[in-house]
Ligand binder design. Structure first.
Ligand code: FES
Ligand code: FES
Length: 173
């Protein structure tokens, strides 16, 4: 089958590539973009190791062809931190609360948690457990991860409240 031209943004960078229609997005990111934080575990949508953000929504990059991402904005785990390297609240909380596990499963957890907290910034523990249930770790417990996601939610809430307080102060000045 003929290769197809695609144009998309990956972690903010505009990319134009010619790809085979059968090339899955995860392989495209790893082999063409050199972004090897996105991993392929099961290759059929079960483990979550390949999770990336596509136009802000968490998706399984093993279940999408690169050509289907044409025109979209992709964020991989490499694009979650700020451009100056400052860790995102989720990354910082994973580091602090022992949510970091092996390099294979952790990126998927980070990306899934990032998308989840954008949708639900104040989750219950049950909601957190449900949200990360699509990501598998074959080795350890999930306690540190649950704690980390809760801490990231709390820190984001704290930052938002502080910003609001600042605005109020500035508004009354
Ligand atoms: S590799 Fe995509 S979900 Fe497992
Ligand atoms: S699969 Fe990553 S720590 Fe178990």
């Amino acid at each position: 089958m003929t290769d197809i031209d695609i144009e998309l943004r990956v972690n903010g960078d505009l990319r134009r590539d010619r790809v085979p229609p059968r090339l899955v997005l995860a392989d495209y990111l790893r082999t063409r973009c050199g972004l090897t934080g996105t991993h392929l575990g099961c290759e059929h949508g079960v483990c979550g190791a390949c999770t990336v953000l596509l136009d802000g929504a968490a998706v399984r990059a093993c279940l999408i062809f690169a050509v289907q991402a044409d025109g979209s904005e992709i964020t991989t785990v490499e694009g979650i931190a700020a451009p100056d390297g400052e860790l995102s609240p989720v990354q910082a909380a994973f580091r602090e609360h022992h949510g970091l596990q092996c390099g294979f499963c952790t990126p998927g957890f980070i990306v899934s948690a990032t998308a989840f907290l954008r949708e639900n910034p104040d989750p219950t523990e049950g909601e957190i457990r449900e949200a990360i249930s699509g990501n598998l770790c074959r080795c350890t417990g999930y306690q540190g991860i649950v704690k980390a996601v809760a801490a990231a939610a709390a820190s984001t809430k704290h930052d938002a409240a502080a910003a609001m307080g600042q605005e109020t102060l500035e508004g009354s000045a």
